[in-house]
Ligand binder design. Structure first.
Ligand SMILES: Cc1cc2nc3c(=O)[nH]c(=O)nc-3n(C[C@H](O)[C@H](O)[C@H](O)COP(=O)(O)OP(=O)(O)OC[C@H]3O[C@@H](n4cnc5c(N)ncnc54)[C@H](O)[C@@H]3O)c2cc1C
Length: 459
């Protein structure tokens, strides 16, 4: 039955922006995280700041939880309304408000699709580097809330490195702008940096200013094929230790390569144990010099074949293939559970060996790919949630993988956030005092815990 506050929302915002049919509630009870779902009471599609403000004020008065949502591509359950209430969707706030080509910044609404911003700035010979694998669907608001990384993170950094200013609504409907378009700004606490990565638990971003950089003049893409995945892993640390920071340094293991090839049929060899997708960009002379270091590093680690993309079309195809890794893996079994560990780069070979060993020990299939240049690996288990015994083994295996990552000086999440999927592992990662302080910060902004409840903190 429709709750009374839902009728009040309809009166406030109009029925067009307030959705509550059974089918709509079902659609918004998931994001891209497997095994997690929960229905909201209602969905609000905000078209402007006024809609956000009215929704939050009503939620405060009626004591209702609010979960903000972009495109729902999150992989830690961040936009799943685990306590019901309102899902506040920002995808209709999708205007690129301004691209300042003189002072290198872009001002956008939160619902702008990441790749739309890429295209718009590249037309002006500018560059917005953060490029999560989901960039054709994900929103800038979601990217900021998760501090998302991407294939170019190694050289250019991640979303948070480009956020200059955030206009944010808090749960009582008040709005604050933190940060400016200035290159330097140290007035007060750096609240802009703090808000990045808060996973919708502190405020709702309504306007975002992002730094832009000049578009690189040229680039060269390499595809390195290996008979032993540990040689691929060792190549990553060799390249870094030789003081070259490629713009992209991605790894795919054999399971992933085969799933991608089944899906895309671009001619990836199925019999190799692993591949590295490497790209260097910038001034032609630098690209040439870095390319020669990359070749030497690959050869020093027993590369079977090293190909250079002959055209930008070929390079784009390789990048598209890498970006479809998760979707390709997801086709092969009913349930795909993807994880997101990061370790210091010299520890990648040990981490890879451990993932292999754990998969064998628990008799499960794990395909691993990831932003290896960042030490960020996505061991992805191909399973079936109806097989209760296998799911139990999968969870046990992941606990060992997380423990190994932490012991190697790594982290349980490099880019997908804590959400609900990782909350139980957070204490092992940061310790009880850190959790207590984080809870206090959350309470300052949201004393009744209404904004995205059930996330980040262990129950
Ligand atoms: C195929 C695939 C590939 C992916 N590749 C990558 C990758 O390479 N790197 C990476 O980092 N992630 C990746 N992801 C994860 C995901 O795409 C990112 O986390 C992305 O930033 C989520 O954006 P979204 O718009 O879908 O946000 P949602 O999933 O809708 O929301 C994510 C979180 O952001 C909060 N949020 C959304 N909008 C706002 C707002 N306006 N204000 C405040 N909080 C808000 C939500 O409450 C939620 O907690 C991938 C996911 C998929 C499915």
């Amino acid at each position: 039955m429709k709750k009374i506050y839902v009728s009040k929302l309809e009166e406030l915002l109009g029925t067009q922006k307030v959705l509550s049919s059974e089918c709509e509630l079902l659609c918004y009870s998931y994001d891209s995280t497997p095994l997690i779902s929960s229905q909201p009471d209602v969905i609000v599609r905000a078209h402007n700041e006024d809609d956000i403000q009215k929704t939050l004020e009503l939620a405060s008065n009626e004591d209702v939880p609010v979960t903000t949502r972009g495109s729902g591509t999150g992989l830690s359950g961040g936009s799943v309304p685990v306590k019901g209430g309102i899902v506040l969707v920002t995808t209709a706030m999708n205007r690129i408000i301004d691209i300042d080509a003189e002072d290198l910044s872009a001002t956008v609404e939160p619902g702008v699709i990441t790749s739309h911003l890429h295209s718009a700035v590249e037309e002006l010979d500018l560059f917005y580097p953060p490029d999560p694998g989901s960039m054709k669907i994900s929103t800038i608001g979601g990217n900021v809330a998760e501090n998302s990384g991407g294939l170019r993170g190694l050289k250019y950094g991640i979303t948070g490195d480009y956020v200059m200013s955030l206009e944010t609504f808090f749960i009582d409907g008040s709005k604050v702008r933190y940060g400016t378009k200035c290159v330097k700004d140290v007035a007060g606490y750096n609240m802009t940096k703090f808000l990045v990565g808060t996973e919708g638990t502190i405020g709702v971003f309504s306007k975002i200013v992002l730094k832009l950089v000049p578009k690189p003049k040229t680039k060269k893409t390499f595809l390195a094929l290996y008979d032993d995945i540990l040689d691929a892993a060792r190549t990553v640390s060799t390249i870094i230790s030789r003081k070259v920071i490629p713009s992209t340094l991605e790894l795919m293991d054999q399971t992933t390569i085969n799933c991608v090839e089944d899906y895309s049929q671009i001619g990836l060899p199925r019999d190799v144990a692993a591949l590295l997708l490497i790209e260097t960009d910038g001034h032609p002379a630098v690209v040439e010099e870095e390319g020669s270091v990359i070749k030497t590093a690959c050869n020093a680690n027993n590369v079977r074949t090293l190909n250079i993309a002959g055209s930008s079309q070929e390079s784009d195809e390789l990048f598209t293939a890498r970006r479809m890794a998760l979707s390709a893996l997801a086709r092969s079994k009913p349930t795909t559970i993807l994880e997101d560990i990061t370790v210091p780069r010299p520890a990648i070979p040990e981490m890879m060996a451990s993932i292999k060993e754990v998969a064998k020990r628990f008799n499960i299939t794990i395909g691993t790919f990831g932003h290896a240049g960042d030490g960020n690996l996505h061991p992805t288990c191909l399973t079936d949630e109806r097989d209760v015994d296998e799911i139990r083994r999968v969870h046990e295996a992941y606990e060992i993988i997380f423990e190994k990552a932490i012991n190697l000086g790594g982290t349980i999440s490099g880019e997908h956030g804590t959400g609900i999927a990782k909350s139980k592992y957070l204490p092992a990662m940061v310790g009880p005092k850190a959790i207590e302080l984080m809870r206090k910060i959350k309470t300052c902004f949201d004393p009744k815990g209404r904004l995205n409840p059930g996330k980040i903190f262990p129950v």
